[in-house]
Ligand binder design. Structure first.
Ligand SMILES: O=C(O)C(=O)[C@@H](O)CO
Ligand SMILES: [Mg+2]
Length: 260
């Protein structure tokens, strides 16, 4: 049975961020993820996790000025220093939460630009090697160009080839099924092929990015497929609830309280 992580950036927005941990636990989640914890003290987040018996599945490294449109630095040749600073900023949050993987965002850059590609490779290698010493994995996530126009990492095959070529044991793929369906389709075959390098999975309905309970994909089939493939990681619920979060959790009822 997949182990679902509530995404606290998108779900349980009915209450302030630090109260979403309790709301997720009450709804039956045993794990959470979110985009960024950096507006809050690391210890406050650690306390909410422990107080509610939750595991932190994932969060992102600092992306730069999100409101101004920055989406990370990894592929930006002149931002390597910012990238290094962002990894050091995240470290105390990783230690306070006990998370085992961090998402390294690529940034807005042209994937056909050899300098951007070289910068991305350099950043991925540096980050993976730095975090390996702290027992952490790094995940990279292809994102569809409709949601984030101009995002460097917009192709699952490119991400797979880089991970396979670099052979760094703590470098893995963040397989967001929502993005995969929009970019390529053929989700099941890609899950089967890429399973050995997948470090985290995320879900949402397509095309509306709501609860995984209808529209373009048959999620109950995909959840069984993840079990069949022996996936032991987390499945992040990175969706915008259609209404009140708890009103949209009928899909989750069979899985509530799942332990690894
Ligand atoms: O947009 C997504 O999909 C994510 O997983 C985010 O972490 C990146 O914005
Ligand atoms: Mg995602």
């Amino acid at each position: 049975m997949p182990r679902f992580a509530a995404n606290l950036t998108m779900m349980f927005n009915e209450v302030p961020f630090l109260d979403r941990f309790e709301a997720a636990a009450k709804a039956g989640f045993t794990a959470v993820e979110f985009l960024f914890p950096y507006d809050f003290p690391a210890d406050a987040i650690g306390e909410r996790l422990r107080g509610n018996g939750l595991t932190q599945a994932l969060f992102n490294l600092p992306p730069g000025n999100w409101e101004a449109g920055e989406k990370g630095f990894a592929a930006l040749p002149d931002r390597f220093g910012d990238l290094q600073d962002s990894v050091r900023t995240a470290l105390p949050y990783a230690q306070a939460t006990g998370v085992k993987r961090l998402h390294l965002m690529a940034g807005i850059a042209d994937r056909r630009d050899p300098q951007a590609e070289a910068a991305f490779t350099r950043s991925v290698v540096w980050t993976a090697e730095f975090l390996m010493a702290h027992g952490l994995d790094v995940v990279i996530e292809p994102i569809n160009p409709r949601n984030v126009p101009g995002y460097f990492l917009n192709d699952f095959n490119f991400a797979r080839d880089l991970i396979v070529e670099l052979e760094i044991p703590n470098l893995k793929l963040q397989f967001d099924i929502y993005h995969c369906q929009i970019i390529h389709g053929d989700v099941t075959m890609r899950l089967r092929e890429m399973m050995p390098i997948i470090g985290h999975i995320q879900i949402a309905s397509i095309p509306s990015r709501h609860e995984p309970d209808g529209e373009e994909l048959n999620y109950p089939f995909l959840f069984k497929e993840l079990d069949r493939l022996g996936y032991g990681g987390f499945v992040g619920c990175e969706y915008n609830p259609r209404g009140k979060t708890t009103d949209g959790l009928a899909w989750f009822k069979p899985y509530a309280g799942a332990k690894p």
